[in-house]
Design a protein. Structure first.
Length: 344
């Protein structure tokens, strides 16, 4: 592993995010310095810098965390200074007490760190009178308010592009997995081919998790966001993910059942050929669902805009040695059809 990977990110943050952070920090410094008397407005600048995050919802969360941490930390520092004086060792004691108080409060890691940092800064940088403590709290509130305002008014981010990308990739790979299983069923497979089939099917799980995370991130990005035009798109993405997720489970289960019950005579079973055709149609309908939701897939091609799973599957009774596999495949196929066609 390269040493730089510990301190660098695979991609840069948007330049706009850097500009917004700079605007919020400078604005908080100037306004807090004008409104609040005393030392340089360090608390306001730090608060504004920390609050400008990739989504407005995250900004509100960080604002609450930051404000609560500063208030608790300032109160701890003030109380210890009044009781024990301003010796240097009091700063170390304040840090320890702040961490214990945060632990007792079950504070988040961010708030816990903020409590300790605020207590240390208050004792190290200035007076510890009650008036000074109040000024630092007010200064912090000014910083978080300015950070939220800047993040809300200057092109608030809406994270639809990653959600579209990950849903497209999931839909394309899910359809490809259905096609691979459809090709495998009517033919003889080697042990290596069977293992490859299940490994490729299991790759759907991390892709599903990535799509879930991206859609959730997109939903969070429109919380408290004035840009409401994207809400319908994100709701459609969530609906598509709700449709695809159970199919992922069914496809992995079908592949696992095929691997567990495989023998070379399965390809001679007429019902298996019928199931394979239905799997091809299911792959078509998955691609269609992705296209209807306007999610561009990197692996899907243009698909005829007509659902293929329109007729229930009817098969002859399978041979006695295959009825467990055929029954399992048909039940999973029934559930897939229910998700895609809406016919339970």
């Amino acid at each position: 592993m390269r040493m730089t990977s510990a301190v660098t990110s695979p991609k840069r943050a948007p330049l706009l995010q850097v500009v917004k952070s700079a605007v919020a920090t400078i604005g908080a410094w100037l306004i807090a310095g004008w409104l609040v008397p005393g030392p340089l407005p360090v608390f306001a600048a730090i608060a504004a810098l920390l609050v400008v995050l990739p989504s407005v919802n995250q900004s509100f969360t960080k604002a609450l965390e930051r404000s609560a941490g500063v208030i608790v930390g300032v109160l701890i520092a003030t109380a210890l200074s009044l009781l024990l004086g301003q010796q240097s060792w009091v700063i170390l004691l304040a840090i320890v007490v702040a961490m214990l108080v945060a632990w007792a409060m079950r504070a988040t890691p961010g708030m816990g760190n903020q409590v300790a940092i605020s207590a240390m800064l208050v004792l190290a940088l200035g007076s510890t009178s009650p008036e000074y403590a109040v000024h630092r709290i007010v200064e912090t509130i000014i910083g978080v308010v300015i950070g939220i305002v800047v993040n809300t008014l200057i092109v608030p981010p809406v994270h639809t592009a990653p959600a579209r990308r990950d849903l497209g990739l999931l839909g394309g790979e899910l359809a490809a997995t259905l096609d691979r299983l459809a090709m495998a069923l009517p033919s003889t497979q080697t042990p290596a081919q069977l293992q490859e089939l299940i490994l490729e099917a299991r790759l759907l799980r991390p892709m599903q998790a990535a799509a879930e995370a991206s859609v959730t991130d997109a939903e969070e990005s429109i919380t408290f966001n004035p840009r409401r035009s994207h809400r319908a798109d994100i709701a459609e993405m969530r609906e598509l993910l709700t449709t695809l997720s159970p199919i992922v489970t069914q496809v992995i289960g079908m592949t696992r059942a095929y691997l567990d019950h495989y023998d070379d005579t399965i390809s001679d079973e007429p019902s298996v050929h019928a199931i394979a055709e239905q799997l091809r149609r299911a792959g078509h309908d998955v691609r269609l669902a992705v296209q209807v939701a306007e999610v561009a897939s990197a692996t899907a091609t243009e698909t005829e805009a007509i659902q293929a799973l329109t007729t229930p599957l009817e098969v002859l009774p399978p041979a006695s040695g295959h009825w467990i596999l055929v029954g399992s495949l048909m039940e999973d196929l029934r559930r897939i059809r229910g998700e895609l066609v809406g016919d339970g």
